[in-house]
Design a protein around this ligand. Structure first.
Ligand code: CA
Length: 223
């Protein structure tokens, strides 16, 4: 699950980002309102955590513009204690929830899970291909009854591939989605992780779920 974190207080942002990443969220962070709007309209996020007072465009105007474009991405506003009017305005503009600073990262995570769960009806909490099952809530992966242990990145990579069976995903798309947009595109991280993931989910049979599309990227085979 991928979150856009928009927060210009570096300490808070660092703390929140770390907490989210530890729970397996992919996080893009920006401190700038204009950059935030650009990312929110060009990338796919499962949720946006949005501060109100920002350099560049402010949080409420970002929210307003997204909703005017009928962008349904779940938004949690982060407000200061004194920003009651902004909070009300934000909810009226289509924010899904809000948190008042200071807050516990655990609470943000709980609310994000709740939002993402109810946010999109078509989002299944279990992905399946053959005897491979991936539970997105518990993060358990199994082949038949045998548990498969994956690292956070491997899990996120598998989830991303499985969400679009049959579709070719380029290395850049995978990097952006699983590692974040600011990664060096010449890295071979994707290939290394795909190799490891294949070994873990394919046991010793010849069945290969993740296909290489030469010169382009990877594709999860249609079940
Ligand atoms: Ca701020």
């Amino acid at each position: 699950m991928k979150v856009l974190l928009v927060e210009d207080e570096k300490q808070i942002a660092g703390f929140v980002r770390k907490g989210l990443e530890e729970q397996g969220f992919g996080v893009d962070w920006t401190a700038d309102g204009d950059k935030a709007y650009q990312l929110a309209t060009s990338q796919q996020y499962d949720a946006i955590v949005l501060d109100i007072m920002l350099p560049g465009r402010d949080g409420l105007s970002i929210l307003k513009n997204l909703r005017q474009q009928r962008n349904p991405v779940p938004v949690i506003l982060v407000t200061a204690r004194t920003e009651l009017d902004e909070r009300v305005e934000g909810l009226n503009l289509g924010a899904d929830d809000y948190l008042t600073k200071p807050f516990y990262v655990e609470e943000l995570i709980a609310r994000l899970h709740a939002l993402i769960r109810r946010g999109s009806g078509e989002r299944l909490s279990i992905l399946q291909a053959g005897d491979l099952t991936v539970n997105l809530m518990t993060r358990d992966v199994k082949r038949g009854d045998t548990p498969v242990r994956l690292t956070t990145r491997e899990f996120n990579l598998l989830e991303y591939l499985m969400r679009s069976p049959g579709r070719v995903l380029t290395r850049t798309q995978i990097l952006e989605h699983v590692w974040g947009y600011d990664f060096d595109p010449s890295t071979n991280l994707v290939d290394v992780h795909v190799q490891r993931l294949r070994k873990k989910i394919s046991a010793d049979d010849k069945e290969q779920w993740i296909e290489t599309v030469r010169g382009v990227g990877y594709r999860f085979r249609k079940p």
